[in-house]
Design a binder for this molecule. Structure first.
Ligand SMILES: Nc1ncnc2c1ncn2[C@@H]1O[C@H](COP(=O)(O)OP(=O)(O)OP(=O)(O)O)[C@@H](O)[C@H]1O
Ligand SMILES: Cc1ncc(C[n+]2csc(CCOP(=O)(O)O)c2C)c(N)n1
Ligand SMILES: [Mg+2]
Ligand SMILES: [Mg+2]
Ligand SMILES: [Mg+2]
Length: 330
């Protein structure tokens, strides 16, 4: 009803509400040198990703993102044109996901750029999907591949240290065969449509978005729900470009898949009787969907299970996964 320009936005309950919706509120921050630098992301990429990370948290509740507030703390050295490009990315993401940017805040910053986005979403009353509902026997699924963002970041940091902190143009990534990895890092695409479809039609028992890494998000579900998430190594989706880049630099892509983070796809659990039908429905909608394991009783814990023929000599067939992911304070 009232957007940017007053002390607060006035937002009418959406027309499709009928009094039956609940608000979802979340905030997430991006800090220069922690989440991005001049070499890894353009200003427009930072804008896109700051909003996308928030939209992903709404998707992870099974909701619809509606409104956003954007707080920008800019170093004095950032000229207005750079802020303009940041907003080009924010608005591109907002438009893509049908989100209205209704306000924010602007301050100077002594050193680094900081962008904090607050997002408001809605969900049908009582239908929000938490991290706490996984049950033994449930199927564990992903709504997209994991690890590509971490691999893209690895390439960007290597390429920039070779060329001395210059922004890495996309054509260089293309030439190096890493364009898809770089795009995954710079322009994540949160799984709103997938979560809405799955939560409306199937018995989805938990959801969590992958910001800090698959292992870390699996641990969060295991701890909130009770139980052990047993992930099948052979069922984890591995993109061709990630595998090829891993071979080139001698890194097992599993490291990026489990511990890389910033994928902004959803990890979830559902009634196993629904999994095959969910796969079919998602495929029909052109949406990725991978069953990657099952929930076991006991724990909490997270296991990686290898096919006996795939388990290398000396490697256990069932290996507990560390509760490790991106940690801001280590
Ligand atoms: N400074 C804080 N004050 C109050 N609540 C907080 C604070 N930081 C985090 N939280 C809350 O803790 C919970 C977990 O936050 P966390 O940031 O780990 O989740 P996330 O936003 O999904 O992950 P990520 O930030 O890695 O994308 C959320 O409910 C969040 O609102
Ligand atoms: C320059 C640079 N160095 C390192 C990283 C990696 N990184 C930073 S924060 C984060 C987890 C998600 O953040 P949060 O937990 O705050 O949501 C990850 C994986 C990066 N993106 N850019
Ligand atoms: Mg975050
Ligand atoms: Mg957070
Ligand atoms: Mg989250």
């Amino acid at each position: 009803m009232l957007g940017i320009g007053d002390d607060a936005a006035v937002v009418e309950a959406p027309p499709d509400a009928g009094g039956a919706l609940q608000w979802l509120l979340a905030v997430d921050t991006m800090v220069e040198t922690v989440h991005f630098n001049d070499a890894t992301m353009s200003e427009a990429d930072v804008g896109w990703k700051a909003l996308a990370a928030n939209i992903s948290d709404i998707a992870a509740m099974g909701g619809v993102p509606r409104h956003a507030l954007v707080s920008v703390s800019a170093p004095r050295a950032w000229e207005p044109a750079r802020i303009g490009r940041l907003y080009d990315g924010l608005y591109a993401c907002a438009e893509h996901y049908g989100v209205a940017i209704v306000g924010g805040d602007t301050t100077s910053s002594p050193a680094q750029m900081v962008v904090a986005v607050t997002v408001v979403g809605t969900v049908e009353a009582g239908a929000a999907v938490s991290r706490a509902g996984a049950r033994p026997g449930d199927a564990v699924f992903l709504t997209g591949p994991v690890g590509m963002s971490g691999a893209g970041l690895h390439w960007l940091l290597a390429a920039s240290s070779a060329s001395g902190e210059q922004p890495v143009p996309h054509r260089e990534a293309q030439a190096a065969g890493t364009a898809a990895l770089v795009a995954a890092h710079r322009r994540p695409a949160p799984s709103v449509r997938a979560a809405r479809l799955l939560a409306a039609r199937y018995r989805v028992t938990s959801l969590n978005d992958v910001s800090d890494g698959l292992a870390s998000e699996a641990w969060e579900i295991a701890e909130a729900s009770g139980g052990t998430l047993a992930l099948q190594r052979g069922m984890l989706p591995v993109s061709g470009s990630m595998a090829a880049y891993g071979r080139r630099c001698g890194i097992d892509p599993l490291e990026w898949m489990l511990y890389g983070g910033e994928d902004y796809v959803l990890l979830g659990t559902m009634d196993p009787a629904d999994a095959a039908s969910a796969k079919e429905a998602m495929t029909a909608e052109g949406l990725p969907f991978y069953v990657i394991g099952t929930v076991e009783a006991g724990g909490p814990g997270v296991l990686l299970q290898r096919d006996p023929q795939e388990a290398k000599a000396g490697r256990p067939v069932r290996e507990p996964l560390e509760k490790r992911g991106y940690n801001h304070f280590k």
